[in-house]
Write a protein that binds this ligand. Structure first.
Ligand code: ATP
Length: 243
């Protein structure tokens, strides 16, 4: 369910790495239960913007509010405790641990999940990702790229976040696997529940197909924003080149 209440608000957000200005004065909101895309070419600043929210970026200026809490104040680990999960580019799973241990570790590390609810959460995850159940005893590093992406998303959701930051989930995957991954975002009443999603993607068409709204970044700045239903992928790709 989507509401107009803002869960995440970015105000005048900038990210620098030394002399490199990766993100410049971005304003952005994500509502409760909304899926919002950040679209842009290579190097546009999408990953830096997500990393600024989870406290992983370089020098960050501006304001990042989750409800009315300023995430830039306080320790980095506080961001996860407040309900933000970040699936970084490149499917970060723990390769030497089994699939089930990757999932259990994520749930057990979360203060938002009571110990008693972990078996139920695992069962729910397997119901949505039967492939993960089939592979539960295998080392995560032996899974295919698509399965690792599923596991990375599954791990993030085991922590019961309010906001999922998803960085280029389609990267390096075959089209059929991209569809399977994006079905997670399409099933709004499914595993995501009320969780909001901020999705960074280069592939505008697939991202727009699951999004409520989108922002287009070019050289770190927002050059275009709107309702996903009103944007077409060709126009968005043209906007990549502005800035
Ligand atoms: P990609 O799809 O290639 O990941 P992106 O849109 O996510 O691109 P960023 O990775 O955020 O873009 O990069 C934005 C700019 O910041 C680029 O110019 C990049 O070279 C630079 N940059 C990113 N990370 C660092 C870093 N750790 N140190 C220095 N510069 C960086």
């Amino acid at each position: 369910m989507r509401t107009s209440a803002a869960l995440l608000t970015l105000e005048n957000l900038s990210v620098r790495y030394g002399e490199v200005r990766a993100v410049e004065a971005v304003d952005l909101t994500v509502g409760v239960g909304e899926v919002v895309s950040i679209l842009g070419a290579n190097g546009a600043g999408k990953s830096s913007l997500l990393r600024a929210i989870s406290g992983e970026a370089g020098h960050v200026d501006g304001r990042v509010s989750l409800r009315d809490v300023d995430l830039l104040k306080g320790p980095r680990y506080g961001v996860a405790r407040r309900g933000v999960a970040h699936v970084m580019e490149g499917r970060r799973v723990i390769p030497t641990l089994s699939v089930i241990d990757n999932l259990l570790l994520a749930a057990n590390a979360s203060r938002r999940v009571s110990r008693g609810s972990v078996p139920g959460a695992l069962e729910e995850m397997y119901a949505y990702f039967p492939r993960l159940r089939e592979r539960q005893s295998q080392a995560a590093g032996l899974l295919s790229g698509g399965e690792q992406q599923m596991l990375a998303i599954g791990r993030a959701l085991m922590a019961k976040p309010d906001l999922l930051l998803l960085d280029e989930p389609s990267m390096g995957l075959a089209p059929i696997m991209i569809e399977e991954i994006y079905d997670i975002l399409r099933a709004r009443d499914g595993i995501l529940g009320e969780c909001s999603v901020l999705l960074a993607e280069q592939s505008a068409a697939v991202a727009l197909s699951v999004s409520d709204r989108a922002y287009v970044l070019s050289r770190g700045s927002v050059v275009f924003e709107g309702q996903a239903s009103e944007l077409d992928a060709g126009r968005v790709a043209a906007a990549y080149l502005q800035g």
